[in-house]
Structure formats: structure tokens, C-alpha cells
Design a protein around this ligand. Structure first.
Ligand SMILES: *Cc1c(COP(=O)(O)O)cnc(C)c1O
Length: 401
């Protein structure tokens, strides 16, 4: 999106505000499907937790996307947005058997990631098809908070426990229709992805009635200059060929499934915040904005470097700034960042604000969550109202004292 369009959105809806470019979400979806056009049956299940606004879900539905969900509430969101249950997969971690049964009753594909629940579910509902989440133990990416396929991870059933899985399947006579992996949110290299895929193919051979193989996600998008980006086109070429060969060997029609979140929505998002104060100290110049980790926590939680531009004064000379929030805690968005000279009242634009930004927002410091705007067909559409004080106290019950 262009700076003048973003400024107009901030003008109309106030700050802070999240803005999503529909065309970018659509083009990323198209890029992914094009890369795998040689695969007969491809299914993209958008990972709802990245950005769960109903209008964004509807946009993806228009493109024929399915959904990947991690809670029954995300399943309900998907159904509410008009997705049919058979377009949704449910991949929870550490949730109760009760919740899994409730989701299964809705007709949604279940993905189970531990032996205990697998045995209980298979014993009670042998007729309901289940997907199994395998942990291939591949270390993907450098940050252990977002690498979920390694040996100490809480996610998935270890590939070394396959004999136990097979015993449960045999004893309960349950129907395994899918096999799944999701190795983490920061796959640096295609070879790592293909290596993990081989482990999944090997595991798949143990099941005779699979309908799909789900390779999860973890596709990397660039956040700052010089960042590596998953080469989707190259992955598409290599994995499609391998998948098609495996399908022939397996002797049964298989669907290749992915569940990207970040890849589809990260770059479509912009977070706009206003500079309340420029504060010169003995060591730096702080630019204090009308937001904090209550609205955008990724820099503090993961050390993510979101590019920041001063869209009010993009032509000024560059200076070094430390961009901080208004939360009464250290909430540094960026240190020693070169930004064109900032004046109080300027609008700063954070890039890559589509994935895991608004969905991780909170009301800390009793602040209201920002508004969300979808930019579609050259028009700004408000898709989430800015919260008000009423929202802050909505569920509180005042007792007599
Ligand atoms: C979060 C998640 C995804 C999406 O990961 P991205 O890195 O955003 O693409 C996919 N699958 C599962 C099971 C997840 O938990």
C-alpha cells in the first residue's frame, strides 16, 4: 500500500490501527497454489491464529482456502465465516478429550498429537477418521520458541513412537486418514523441509488408508532487508515431484496439504501508530508512540524486527531512534533504528503486521485494542471497531462493598 493511502486510513479511523491489504493476501495465496500446480490435489488450510478476523477468513474462503484451527473457538469462527466443517482441520495441543470430541461432532477433521488422547479417542470413536501429528525431530530455524519440531518440543508424536501408534490403531481399529507435521515458524532452508518430508513419507507408508499428507507450514517471509525468504517456487518444484512419485508408490489418491499463516498474511499487514513524544536523553532519542506490547508484542516476545517508516515525513533526513511504547514497562519496538526525522504527531508505519500481531493483542494497562481495517478494491473497510472503556469492564461484576 502507498503511504498516502495508509495516512488516509489513520486520519479516518484514528490510531493505532491495523490495516490489511486484501490484494497482497490474494497474491500470496495465488503464489503458493501456482508453485504446486503440478500436484493434482492441493489443499491450503490457512492458519487462523495468525489473523482471525472474520472478513479475512471470508476473503480466504472466496479463494477456496480451508482453515487450520487450534481451538474450538477458532473452529466456531471458521463456521461463522461460512466455511463448511469439511474445509476445517483442528490441530490442538494439550486440549481435553471433551473439546476434541465436541469438534469432531461438528464434522471437523481431527488431528491428534499425543498417544494418550489417540488411544482414548480411538477406543470411543473408532469410526471417526483421525489425522496424526508426527514430530519428525528436525530443528528448523534458530529460535527455540518458534521451532516446534525438535526433540524437546511439546508438539506432535515422536516419529520414534510409531510402533506404539500402530499398536493403538490396530487395537482400536480406528481410521487414520491423514498424517501431519509442522516443524515450526522459521524454516530457513528448503533442504531442511524436504528432509523432514522424507521422514513423513516414511511414516505414511505405515498407514493404508490415508487421504492426505499435511506438511504444515513454517514458510519464512522477509521482515527486514537481507532476510531470507522461503523460495516457494523452488520448494514447489522439488516437493511436487517427490509427492507425485510417492503417490504413485503409495497406490492411492492423496491430497497434499499446507497450513500457512505468516506466508499468507504477514506482509499484507501494516500497523500505524502516532508519535506522542520525542524524548532526548543522555544516550538516545526515544520516539514514544500511542501503543505498546499490548498491541504488538512480537518485537519484545520474539525479538522480531519489524521495519518502521515515518510515513508522515518520508523525505526527511535519517536519524537514529529508539522506538518505545506507552506501557509502564520496558516495551521497546526497536533500538538504534534509522528513521527519517520524527516530529510529535507523526504516524509511524510498522511493516509485516499481518501475522501474530492483532491476534496477540491484550488489554494490559487497561488500554483498548486497536481498530482493524481491510483495504480492498481501493477502499478502506472497518472490520473491527476500536475498543472502548465499556469493553474493558464488560465482564467485570461489581460486588457490593
Ligand atoms: C501456527 C501454526 C501454523 C502456521 O504457521 P506459520 O508459521 O504462521 O505459517 C500451521 N500449523 C500449525 C499446527 C500451527 O500451530
Amino acid at each position: 500500500m502507498e503511504s498516502h493511502q495508509l495516512l488516509a486510513v489513520a486520519e479516518e479511523f484514528g490510531s493505532p490501527v491495523y490495516v490489511y491489504d486484501a490484494a497482497k493476501i490474494q497474491s500470496q495465496y495465488q503464489r503458493l497454489t501456482n508453485a504446486f500446480s503440478k500436484v493434482e490435489r492441493l489443499r491450503i488450510n490457512y492458519a487462523v491464529k495468525a489473523l482471525s478476523n472474520l472478513s479475512v477468513l471470508k476473503l480466504l474462503k472466496q479463494m477456496n482456502s480451508g482453515l487450520d484451527t487450534v481451538s474450538i473457538q477458532e473452529v466456531q469462527l471458521g463456521l461463522h465465516a461460512g466455511f463448511s466443517p469439511d474445509k476445517i482441520i483442528y490441530t490442538p495441543n494439550g486440549v481435553s478429550l471433551d473439546e476434541i470430541e465436541e469438534v469432531a461432532r461438528l464434522g471437523v477433521q481431527i488431528n491428534i498429537d499425543n498417544l494418550s488422547i489417540l488411544e482414548q479417542f480411538g477406543t470411543k470413536h473408532p469410526q471417526i477418521p483421525v489425522c496424526i501429528r508426527i514430530n519428525p525431530h528436525v530443528m528448523a530455524g534458530g529460535n527455540s520458541n518458534i521451532s516446534v519440531g525438535h526433540i524437546d518440543s511439546k508438539f506432535g508424536i515422536s516419529v520414534h513412537q510409531l510402533p506404539h501408534v500402530l499398536r493403538i490403531v490396530e487395537n482400536t481399529n480406528m481410521d487414520i486418514n491423514g498424517i501431519h507435521m509442522h516443524t515450526g515458524s522459521d524454516i530457513l532452508d528448503i533442504e531442511v523441509f524436504l528432509y523432514a518430508s522424507e521422514i513423513l513419507f516414511d511414516a505414511a507408508k505405515n498407514f493404508k488408508t490415508l487421504d492426505f499428507i499435511d506438511f504444515g507450514s513454517g514458510f519464512k517471509v522477509p521482515y527486514k532487508k537481507g532476510d531470507i525468504e522461503t523460495n516457494i517456487e523452488e520448494l514447489g518444484k522439488k516437493l511436487s515431484k517427490r509427492f507425485n512419485a510417492f503417490e504413485r508408490e503409495y497406490g492411492r489418491e492423496l491430497t497434499l496439504t499446507f497450513e500457512p499463516g505468516k506466508f499468507l498474511v504477514s506482509e499484507a499487514g501494516y500497523f500505524l501508530a502516532k508519535v506522542n513524544v520525542v524524548k532526548q536523553t543522555t544516550s538516545t532519542v526515544f520516539a514514544g508512540i500511542d501503543s505498546g506490547f499490548n498491541h504488538l508484542i512480537r518485537p519484545m516476545l520474539y525479538g522480531s524486527e519489524h521495519q518502521i517508516e515515518n510515513i508522515s515525513h518520508p523525505k526527511g533526513k535519517e536519524r537514529f531512534y529508539t522506538v518505545v511504547g506507552y506501557i509502564c514497562e520496558t516495551d521497546t519496538f526497536a533500538s538504534n533504528r534509522r528513521i527519517t526525522e520524527i516530529k510529535e504527531g507523526d504516524i509511524l508505519c510498522f511493516k509485516n503486521a499481518g501475522a501474530y500481531c492483532f491476534t496477540m493483542a491484550s488489554n494490559y494497562n487497561s488500554r483498548c485494542k486497536p481498530a482493524e481495517v481491510l483495504w480492498m478494491n481501493d477502499k478502506a473497510h472497518l472490520i473491527t471497531k476500536r475498543e472502548t472503556f465499556e469493553d474493558i469492564i464488560r465482564n467485570q461484576i461489581e460486588i457490593d462493598m
